[in-house]
Write a protein that binds this ligand. Structure first.
Ligand code: Z5A
Length: 217
């Protein structure tokens, strides 16, 4: 595929949404077509699954059901949006992808890691991100940022993930760092406790490095 695929990962409040906009600007300035998207979601049908996944309802959702729905949304997103865009030569900046399933469902909810990798092979064989930026923050900082943002926006409803324990998010953060250590050629870990301008600069430098390696800077 001709296009480029960049994913952003990290716990809640790490700054992924903010950094996605900065990466989009850098690519557009260099004449690339680029789309920002997110998971779960990114297409009308996958956004419906996002609603199911995030809404706290009266029925229980087992970790296995949650994992299958994450991959169902991903499959729809890939078929309808990501793969067609990459084939056209566009860039995709995606807020979360399969590493989030490894971290949240795998480490957070103790879903079997081998089964997650098997689903990943089924759903996106031959397609891995060209670059994954892990915005790393201590859990308390990420959660406090997310809480402040919710208060600023006047949001009162907490979703199924936001209501998780500190220990859950500690497992998620540790799993992300392990994923990054296992694939240093794909991941760049950024200290997201830095002032926003420094995080933006580090993220743009990592993307420029990928563009340079591809001869597209
Ligand atoms: N999930 C899953 O379990 N499995 C999967 O496979 C996938 C997802 C794909 C999606 O929620 C949930 O789905 C997610 C995991 C699960 N749940 N959690 N937790 P979401 O998309 O609604 O939420 P999120 O992905 O966690 O995003 P977020 O809360 O919006 O965080 P963010 O995008 O990383 O942060 P932000 O909005 O850019 O920044 C948060 C605030 O901090 C904002 O006010 C910023 O101005 C501020 N900020 C950002 N950076 C800085 C710095 N450097 N300094 C100071 N302030 C900053």
């Amino acid at each position: 595929m001709k296009g480029g695929f960049v994913t952003l990962e990290g716990i809640e409040g790490a700054g992924k949404t903010t950094i996605a906009a900065a990466l989009m600007s850098l690519l557009e300035e260099r004449g690339h077509s680029v789309q920002a998207t997110r998971e779960p979601g990114g297409t009308p049908l996958a956004e419906q699954l996002r609603g199911i996944l995030l809404t706290r309802g009266s029925e229980t959702m087992s970790p296995v059901a949650e994992t299958l729905l994450m991959f169902a949304a991903r499959c729809i997103h890939l078929e309808n949006r990501i793969r067609p865009a990459l084939i056209r030569g566009e860039w995709i900046i995606c807020d979360r992808f399969t590493d989030a399933t490894r971290a949240y469902q795998g480490a957070g909810r103790s879903v079997d890691a081998g089964w997650i990798d098997q689903l990943a092979r089924e759903v996106h064989a031959g397609l891995e991100p060209d670059l994954t930026l892990l915005l790393d923050v201590p859990v308390m900082i990420g959660l406090e940022r997310a809480r402040t943002r919710r208060l600023t926006r006047g949001e009162t409803v907490v979703d199924r993930f936001e209501s998780e324990t500190i220990e859950f998010f500690e497992r998620v953060r540790d799993a992300y760092l392990s994923c990054a250590a296992a694939e240093p050629q794909r991941f760049v870990v950024i200290d997201a406790t830095q002032p926003l301008e420094a995080v933006v600069a580090a993220a743009q430098a990592a993307l420029l490095n990928t563009l340079t390696q591809r001869g597209e800077a």
